[in-house]
Ligand binder design. Structure first.
Ligand SMILES: [Zn+2]
Length: 277
């Protein structure tokens, strides 16, 4: 029995969860409609029906944001190790490499947006949840230092649902202080820092560099915060309101400056850079 018959039979039995073969169609998390993958890619992985923003890997993110072929990577020689001897950490790192084509959860470099030179860093949710270990922290810090050195605006794009990386224990937590100090230095020097938050950006990343932009942009519907809604709900023993921790709600409460749909991010950045740099 093929996937169509299986799905048809299931729907007939009253079960609506659709069984989709790998690689051809995606069921939208936002509206549950099935989207032809080619159409999803054409629409920069935004659902054409409901506007749900799917995960976009770091390489794709760079290519849709920066000027064509303007990106060149910094310090690709920094590699993670396993300072605590945490079980299965190496396997998880290997899986991250396989899934994203990156050697760690962050990639940094320089490039141009609308002809304006910038330093850019991107964390990729596909690599261990985009969590910040010592390599991610070091790279974000180096990006901030490079921006100061070159006097170029810094753009950090975060997709870090994993927050701090528990496999590195305190080495991971200290990256919060290190990256925050690097951003403080950037501000002292009067260098512009734009932070773009994507779904999800949580925990130690949100609580350090990601929330500290001079201008903080976010994609629609992105979950952004420190602890997740389940943990908060269990702690305070109360129901969490609908839309809690989503970009639109954080905009209303002044945590972020602008919610921008993916197709308009590049133009928005060009406008900001032209105004402020
Ligand atoms: Zn949808």
């Amino acid at each position: 029995m093929g996937w169509f018959e299986r799905t048809y039979n299931r729907i007939k039995r009253g079960k609506t969860k659709i069984d989709i073969p790998d690689g051809l169609w995606t069921q939208c998390t936002g509206c549950s409609k099935t989207i032809y993958n080619k159409n999803l890619e054409k629409n920069i992985r935004v659902c054409p029906e409901c506007g749900y923003h799917f995960y976009l890997g770091a390489h794709d993110r760079i290519s849709v944001t920066l000027d064509e072929a303007s990106f060149s990577q910094y310090n690709s020689n920094i590699r993670p190790n396993n300072p605590l001897g945490f079980p299965e950490y190496e396997e998880k790192l290997s899986k991250g490499v396989e899934k994203t084509g990156l050697d760690e959860a962050a990639i940094i470099g320089k490039g141009k947006v609308g002809g304006v030179p910038i330093v850019v860093g991107v964390t990729d949710f596909g690599f261990m949840g985009g969590s910040m270990g010592s390599v991610v922290g070091e790279r974000i810090t180096l990006a901030a230092e490079k921006a100061v050195e070159e006097k170029h605006p810094l753009l950090l794009i975060s997709g870090s649902g994993g927050g701090a990386r528990m496999q590195e224990g305190v080495f991971s937590l200290m990256q919060m202080a290190k990256t925050s100090a690097a951003i403080a230095k950037l501000k002292q020097e009067g260098v512009l820092y734009i932070s773009l938050l994507t779904n999800p950006t949580m925990g130690g990343v949100m609580a350090s560099f990601a929330s500290r932009g001079d201008i903080v942009l976010a994609e629609p519907g992105a979950r952004l915060g420190f602890a997740g809604p389940r943990v908060i709900s269990q702690t305070i023993r109360q129901q969490i309101p609908a839309g809690f921790q989503l970009s639109e709600s954080l905009l209303k409460h002044g945590v972020i400056d602008l919610v921008v749909e993916r197709a308009k991010i590049r133009d928005t950045l060009i406008r900001i850079l032209n105004l402020l740099s």
